[in-house]
Design a protein around this ligand. Sequence first.
Ligand SMILES: NC(=O)c1ccc[n+]([C@@H]2O[C@H](COP(=O)([O-])OP(=O)(O)OC[C@H]3O[C@@H](n4cnc5c(N)ncnc54)[C@H](O)[C@@H]3O)[C@@H](O)[C@H]2O)c1
Length: 324
Amino acid sequence: MKVLVTGGAGYIGSHVVRQLLLRGDDVLVLDNLVNGHREAVGVARLEVMDLSDNAGLKRLMKAFQPEAVIHFAAFIEVGESVRNPLKYYQNNTANGFSLLAACQEAGIRKFIFSSTAAVYGTPKAVPIPETASLAPINPYGFSKLFVEQALRDLAAASDFRYVALRYFNAAGADPSGEIGESHKPESHLIPLVLQAASGERKDISIFGTDYPTPDGTCVRDYVHVNDLADAHLKALDYLKDGGESRVFNCGYGHGYSVREVLDAVKRMTGKDFSVVEAPPRTGDPAELVADSRLLTEILKWKPQFDNLNAIIETVWNWELNRRY
Ligand SMILES: NC(=O)c1ccc[n+]([C@@H]2O[C@H](COP(=O)([O-])OP(=O)(O)OC[C@H]3O[C@@H](n4cnc5c(N)ncnc54)[C@H](O)[C@@H]3O)[C@@H](O)[C@H]2O)c1
C-alpha cells in the first residue's frame, strides 16, 4: 500500500516506517526534522517539510497519491504544553486539521492517528476502557482530543474512515539497535534510567513516593514500540478490509511502578546509580493502565515484547550503540 507517514523520522514513526518497508509497503515520510532524525527513516523516501506548508502538502499528495496516511507529527511534551499551550494547539491541532483538509481534497479515505492516554486525564478506574470519560488535564491532551473529534465528525460526514490509537507509554527500541528513542530533552522514564545506568546522567528522580499504589510510586503501562508499530500495520489492514472508524487503546493491560523499572534496570545492567526522591508533579495520575481488549479482539493484535526485561534490553542495546 502507498502510505504517507507524517513524523516518520521520530521515535514511534520510524519504527512503524521500518515495519511497513519490511512488509513491502511503499512509504513516503513527511517530517520537518525539528525533533526527528534523518538516520531514523532508513531507506524510506523523506520529504523534509512542515505540516503547516499547505501548498507543499497539496503538491505532495498529488505527486505521491497515498492510499492512506499515518499521522505522528506532533509535539509531545506535556509540561511544555502547560507553559506554551498555543504551540501545541498550533502544531498538534491546527496542523492536524490542515492535514485532514489536504487528505479530503486528495480523496484519501484511510487515516491513522497517534492519540494518547492523556485524553482520559485522571481516570476514575483502571484499566481504562476506550469508553471512559474524556477529560484531559493539560493542553497536550486537549490538542489530541480535538483532532479525534474532527476525525469523528469527518467520518460521519463522508466516506472517510480512521483509526485513532491511544498510546499509553511507548518504550523500547528495535532489537536491531539501528533505531531507537532519541528525544531532546528526554522526558521518558526508561531511557532516562538507562542513561543513569550508563553514566550519561548523574542520577534519576522519582516524582512522588506516596501514591496509592503498592510501592507508592506511579504505575504506567509500558508498551514496546515494535508492538505499537504492529498495531499500526494491523489498523491499516483493518481499514483496507473495510473496517469502520474506531478508537483503540494501545497498552498491555498491566503496568509497572517507577521503582519496579529502576530495580529491573539495575538488575539487568548490573549498574548502580543514585536515585533522588522528589515531590510529585502536578497532574501525574497514580496509575495509567490500558484496557486493550478491543485491540486484541478486533485487530487481532498479538504483542511480542510484553515483558519489562525485554523492553529494557532493547533500550540498553540502543543506548550502548546509539547512532543519533
Ligand atoms: N512517545 C509516547 O510515549 C507517546 C505516547 C502517546 C502518544 N504519542 C504520540 O505519538 C506521536 C509520535 O510520538 P514520538 O514519541 O515518536 O515523538 P517524536 O517527537 O519522536 O516524533 C514526532 C515527529 O514529528 C515531527 N514533527 C513535529 N511537528 C512537525 C511538523 N509541524 N511538521 C513536520 N514534522 C513534524 C518531528 O520532527 C518528529 O520527527 C506523537 O503524535 C505523540 O503525541 C507518543
